[in-house]
Write a protein that binds this ligand. Structure first.
Ligand code: PEP
Ligand code: MN
Length: 365
């Protein structure tokens, strides 16, 4: 279905210039921590303050949030510092309490987006309100599940609706805590160009060292906003210690490290477009390299297996079949036969070399 979305700058929460920033601690921990962090962020010019009140934790026994009490602290933040407040909701009861305490924006966490029952319950609880809602991607890279959640909310009359890309869970250990899989976000962007788009470099990276590079990529892709975790004393945080930064560090990131392209003035439109396209190409190149690396690993496993089974490396009939197959598939993607043949012969050559090394034991050094 089409989504009926109110443009981001009409929500009454964010103003130009981009990026629109939502910042604050992973969790509200104590009244002092909430107030001190809010004060720091206010001084850095942040307008929308986040803090988790109910925390979805992987293991029981971890800090699960302070609950309703924290909403009172958020009210103080709003009253004393004039900040708009935002928190995560995971069900109808959370929504009711947020409405009662005057929370200005709610978001749906990755684990909740994956559950249509809960999303529907939240949508029902939000009926007849006009509170803005940001929907994080589901924990698994399922674009339909993400879109389904948006449709449920939109059907309930929520027009101040946007998304937060925070990456996807993986079994394998990767550089980041969550795999960005930017192509999923780009696909969503292409389908709904008017849907406000935030990126959460804190949960995507899981580590403060990578927040800058992810934020920059998000800006280069033309996304409107960033949700970043900031804590007055990150090393003492009760959750997500490694990924939080101080309000001063956030300010440095936003105003000195990130290169924000101004769409209306000095940088011409084409520059913006070309940078966005190049950012997409960079992502595709990374995906190609990842795929080639994975292929090579499997090739190594085959080499080991051939060695233990005493089978020769070169099995030309198998390769002829592979090549014919990829040429046919390549044609479907508009790729010329010559091009596909050259690439796959190079891949084959490298595979044979790797397997040769295994058979002759060079690889065990
Ligand atoms: C959060 O924003 O605090 C959070 C729990 O994030 P996510 O749902 O992305 O894990
Ligand atoms: Mn967190």
């Amino acid at each position: 279905m089409e989504l009926d979305i109110m443009p981001l700058f009409e929500w009454g929460l964010f103003t130009e210039p981009r990026p629109c920033v939502v910042a604050g601690p992973c969790s509200a921990e104590s009244e002092e921590q909430v107030m001190e962090t809010a004060k720091g962020l206010r001084e850095m010019g942040i307008n929308v303050y986040r803090a988790g009140i109910w925390k979805p934790r992987t293991y029981p026994g971890s800090f699960e949030g302070v609950g309703t009490e924290g909403l009172r602290w958020m009210q103080r933040v709003k009253k004393e510092y004039g900040l708009k407040t935002a928190t995560e909701v995971a069900g109808g009861k959370h929504v009711a309490e947020c409405l009662e305490y005057g929370i200005d924006l709610v978001w749906i966490g990755a684990r909740t987006t994956s559950n249509p029952f809960l999303v529907q319950e939240i949508a029902d609880a939000l009926k007849n309100t006009d509170i803005p809602v940001l929907v994080k991607n589901p924990a698994n890279p399922d674009l339909d599940l993400w879109i389904g959640a948006l449709e449920r909310l939109n059907r309930a009359g929520i027009r101040k609706l946007g998304v937060i890309h925070r990456g996807f869970s993986t079994f394998e250990k990767i550089k980041y805590r969550n795999d960005p899989q930017w192509q999923v976000a780009i696909e969503l962007r292409n389908r709904y160009p008017g849907l406000p788009f935030f990126v959460d470099p804190s949960h995507m990276s899981g580590c403060r060292d990578y927040i800058r590079e992810i934020s920059q990529r998000s800006l280069d892709l033309g996304f409107e906003g960033l949700m970043i975790e900031s804590h007055c004393n990150p090393s003492a945080a009760l959750s997500d210690t490694r990924q939080q930064i101080t309000p001063e560090e956030l300010n440095d990131l936003l105003h000195r490290q990130l290169k924000v392209r101004n769409q209306d003035s000095d940088s011409p439109q084409w520059r913006d477009n070309i940078d966005q396209l190049r950012a997409k190409i960079d992502i595709i190149d990374e995906n190609i390299l990842y795929a080639l690396g994975s292929r090579m690993n499997v090739s190594r496993q085959i080499g080991e297996y051939k060695k233990s089974s005493n089978v020769t490396i070169l099995q030309t009939s198998r390769w002829d079949a592979v090549l014919a197959g990829v040429i046919a598939k390549g044609r479907q993607y508009g790729l010329p036969e010559d091009f596909v043949t050259t690439i796959f012969n190079a891949i084959y050559k490298a595979s044979v070399e790797v397997q040769n090394d295994i058979i002759s034991d060079k690889s065990s050094k």
